[in-house]
Design a protein around this ligand. Structure first.
Ligand code: 13P
Length: 289
């Protein structure tokens, strides 16, 4: 994930990072990316890893990513538990996220550094968060009054003290469905991006406008996270199949679901500027290792 995002930041596009939930949704996203010749990040929430088990996910990914003609990163999304992160590193994840953002700054820094140290021994990339991103992401809930933006001074120190593949500063986006118009702190995003020089992750991608995506990507967001939208397509596509009188034939229902996920996530990849980048940019990844 590290060279993938370093190149994307430099060229001002973003790699879509999708929280898939099973084999079919993972396959649909990877096929969408392959069709568009785009690099892609498949990220699993802790809940999803616990549901299927580490081995199943690694096996699916070996098969799906191994057969895809594009770079695919396997990422662990928001995780507070260092032991759980270590299990993912040992199992074969290519990158992990430590989310110690609810802790005081020095504790967040220490824990994130520990994860970077452990991960780097296995050649695994790390994402870490500063400030608190609001909303609900699986088991992590941050009430509106607790959400707060990342402080640029702290962000500089945070990124200087460890080698992150991607940094997730809270900049006003939120996980889940937006209740009103999201207020994005573009100035802060610009300052953090400029002063840290690290590719940034844009969390809470569902519900942001095309314009917001484009602005954030231009300012240095090289990874855009999409989870809620995929969950909606996952469920709605089956409901739609049933409402339209689809036969009680599970494989037909799954086929409909697969096409819907592929279509909708493909639109995101296009919007984030990923099309054609796999064959253009993969050859230069080695320069960034
Ligand atoms: P959404 O659920 O809002 O798409 O956010 C996804 C995310 O940031 C996962 O970490």
């Amino acid at each position: 994930m590290k060279p993938m995002l370093a190149v994307a930041r430099r060229k001002k596009y973003a790699v879509g990072a999708f929280n898939t939930v099973d084999y079919l949704s993972t396959q649909a996203v990877i096929h969408a990316a392959e069709e568009l010749d785009a690099p892609v990040i498949i990220q699993f929430s802790v809940k999803t890893v616990k549901y299927w088990g580490h081995a199943a996910l690694v096996n699916w990914m070996r098969e799906l990513a191994g057969n895809a003609g594009i770079p695919v990163a396997m990422h662990l999304d928001h995780c507070k538990d260092v032991d759980f992160i270590q299990q993912c590193i040992d199992a074969g994840w290519t990158s992990v996220m430590i989310d110690a953002s609810s802790k005081p700054f020095e504790e967040n820094l220490a824990l994130s550094k520990e994860v970077v140290e452990r991960a780097s021994k296995a050649g695994v990339a790390v994402e870490a968060e500063l400030g608190e991103i609001g909303g609900v992401e699986e088991d992590i809930q941050v009430a509106d009054e607790d959400a707060h933006l990342a402080d640029p001074e702290k962000a500089v120190r945070f990124c200087r003290e460890m080698d992150l593949a991607v940094f997730a500063p809270a900049i006003g986006t939120a996980h889940g469905v937006y209740k009103g118009e999201p207020k994005i702190a573009f100035d802060r995003l610009e300052e953090i991006s400029r002063r840290t020089g690290v590719p940034l992750a844009l969390h809470g991608g569902t519900g942001l406008s095309d314009e917001v995506f484009k602005r954030c990507i231009a300012l240095g967001c090289a990874k855009v996270n999409i989870s809620t939208q995929l969950k909606y397509v996952f469920i709605d596509s089956i409901v739609e199949y049933n409402r339209n009188g689809g036969a009680y034939e599970p494989l037909k229902a799954l086929e409909h679901q697969y096409h819907k996920i592929k279509e909708e996530m493909g639109k995101n990849i296009l919007l984030f500027g990923g099309q054609g980048r796999a064959s253009q940019d993969q050859p230069v990844y080695a320069d960034y290792e």
